[in-house]
Design a protein around this ligand. Structure first.
Ligand code: F6R
Length: 593
């Protein structure tokens, strides 16, 4: 993960760098730092924690026009100032996003040449290697090229050399990096938000390209042959992202879900009875492999259950970090669907590349425009969630489920009427709004002092349990587990005793009685049961508290059922006074494997 920014121009570099880092803080917030030239010398400032701590340390009156910055999500070494970027070894100062996998080997060799290391990071070792090669070649381009020939792993580097106070170098491999321009100014960044306040024109770097910024922007390929690049334009308007009236971005984003669903499904629906056949291409596939991480995986799991119900296509669902290492059996009738909010998740991107190398067709379901997965997939469907700032995904997750709900409707429409499903989909935003207006704090009060919470459900409800459980643990730090309701008695029911909170989800009438039996099993062992259902006619009281949602088409219902779970997690974390938008140890965009 990590966010990096670089600047060369006529404005105050410290200000542009720290503002850029604030826009990239979602990529990591363990520590941050900047390095800039001042009177031909490099000055470095670093701070632990959020960017505001760094901003407090910086003297903005100093006049600098060139510098680099970094916000860290620790991969190698503790969160301390020694491991915080920028790193400086000899004449080289740099920031890095990615992981140099063979840094241990490189470190040993450099130690033999007399290099000593102050921290534990792979980045410091990379910095030392570039310094070593610079000493040998006295040429930065050659030193960078030689070094990247040695590195194994992913990286985006921004590099300064103390001999060249008017130049900035950069290179990348499998980590995102853009070079943006505005008249005489050049900006470098991991991601577009960092530059949107200044320009929307940018270049994309290919893997192993090197860029040298002096009076102009010079691009070189990995053989140091100078190349030209096409300017791209970011067309989405620069939305002013703020919390508005909400205490946290997460709460704001949950409250946007009704609108997000409306926007995401709109392009696919012609009118109340007619469904756009944008999914016709799906008919030619015999197998669909869905691949994603975290919440996106949970959205995919719902997709699998829904599509399987209405089609004969074989659907396989995979965690991206596992998918990469399994034995693949692709053929020309296999479609690989990669789901990713950020479009940059390293494991999902790697899975996409494996599928492409094996000639499988790929479809990205992505939220961020022009992100790596959106660019590299054969086809892309954009979810219309808009920028999601809170680290825990809510609205983007629901927009991913919305796409699968549409795909399942497409398959259903081949054999049955989908009139009622479409009607429910159209009315869904209003039903979501009704839930958003309800009070879920009372449920949070029952949970926030617990050490463990269990979520149980079957089939799609089980997939919802997985997402509900992830949301709770990631933002409130309460341990929780999601169980297929029938599976608990095969071991984990031994953990249930008096007042263990169990959140039971039961929205599928075909298997409702089975789930009720499982709820009775935990209830009779003392569990405190919060029961989420769409069944208005409950005959007996086998639960303690009830959350009743509307009974709508099963193709649409998951988008409604998840909202109470998101809100309960939010209010639990709020009662515990957690850092809800930036939970500890997490980052929004997971660009390491
Ligand atoms: C949890 C969460 C993560 C992401 C996962 C994949 O709230 O946000 O589990 O869903 O890291 O990220 P994307 O969708 O960007 O590939």
């Amino acid at each position: 993960m990590c966010g990096i920014v670089g600047y060369k121009g006529n404005k105050n570099a410290q200000e542009i760098l720290t503002n850029g880092l604030s826009c990239l803080e979602y990529r990591g917030y363990d520590s941050s730092g900047i390095a800039y030239f001042i009177n031909n010398k490099i000055k470095i400032e670093k701070a632990i924690g959020q960017i505001k701590n760094l901003k407090n340390k910086i003297n903005y009156k100093e006049k600098s026009n060139l510098g680099i910055g970094h916000t860290r999500w620790a991969t190698h070494g503790k969160v301390n100032l020694d491991n915080c970027h920028p790193h400086q070894v000899g004449k080289i100062t740099l920031v890095h996003n990615g992981i140099i996998e063979n840094y241990g080997e490189i470190k040993k060799k450099l130690q033999q040449f007399g290099y000593e290391f102050y921290g534990e990071t792979d980045t410091e070792v990379a910095c030392a290697l570039i310094d070593y090669n610079y000493k040998k070649t006295s040429n930065m381009l050659k030193a960078i090229k030689k070094s990247i020939n040695t590195f194994i792993g992913s990286y985006a580097f921004l590099i300064l050399c103390s001999d060249e106070c008017d130049k900035l170098y950069a290179t990348r491999n499998n980590s995102p990096l853009i070079v943006a321009l505005n008249n005489e100014e050049t900006f470098l960044a991991s991601d577009v938000p960092a530059i949107l306040n200044y320009t929307n024109k940018y270049y994309l770097l290919d893997n192993k390209d090197i860029v040298k910024i002096d009076e102009k922007i010079n691009f070189y390929d990995e053989n140091l042959k100078q190349v030209t690049k096409k300017i791209k334009k970011y067309e989405i308007e620069n939305i002013n992202i703020s919390k508005g009236k909400y205490k946290h971005y997460m709460l704001k984003e949950i409250n946007e879900i009704d609108d997000v669903v409306r926007k995401t499904v709109a392009p696919f629906i012609i009118d109340e009875n007619t469904f756009q056949s944008k999914f016709n291409f799906l008919s030619k596939f015999e197998k669909i492999e869905i691949v994603a991480c975290g919440s996106a995986y949970h959205a995919g799991l719902i997709g699998k259950y829904l599509i399987e119900k209405y089609s004969d296509v074989n659907i396989d669902i995979n965690i991206a970090s596992e998918y990469r290492y399994k034995k693949h059996k692709f053929n020309c009738k296999t479609l690989v669907i990669i789901i990713s909010q950020s479009g940059e998740t390293a494991d999902s991107l790697a899975a996409l590349r494996i599928a492409k190398e094996n000639n499988a067709k790929t479809l990205g379901i992505v939220n961020v425009y022009e992100s790596s997965i959106a660019r590299e997939a054969d086809d892309v469907i954009y979810t219309q969630a808009g920028p999601e700032v809170a680290v825990a995904t809510t609205k983007a997750y629901v927009s991913q489920v919305a796409i699968f709900s549409l795909i399942a409707m497409y398959f259903k429409s081949k054999n049955e009427s989908i009139k009622n499903d479409l009607k429910d989909l159209k009315n869904l935003p209003e039903k979501i709004r009704n839930i958003l207006n309800k009070d879920f704090q009372k449920f949070a009060k029952l949970i926030y002092k617990q050490n463990d919470v269990f979520f149980i459900g079957r089939q799609i409800d089980y997939a919802l349990c997985m997402e509900g459980s992830l949301k709770l643990k990631e933002i409130s730090y309460i341990h929780s587990e999601a169980y297929a309701a029938g599976e608990l008695k095969h071991g984990s029911i031994s953990l249930i005793d008096n007042n263990t909170v169990v959140i039971a989800i039961n929205t599928d009438k075909d298997i409702s009685l089975k789930t009720i039996s499982n709820i009775k099993e935990v209830k009779s062992r003392g569990a405190y049961v919060i029961y989420l259902t769409n069944d208005k006619n409950i005959k007996e009281k086998f639960y303690d508290k009830l959350i009743l949602i509307d009974n709508i088409s099963p193709l649409v219902s998951p988008m409604l059922a998840i909202i109470p779970l998101q809100l309960i997690s939010y209010y639990v974390a709020n009662l515990k006074k957690c850092n809800i938008d930036k939970p500890k140890n997490l980052a929004k965009s997971v660009t390491v494997e």
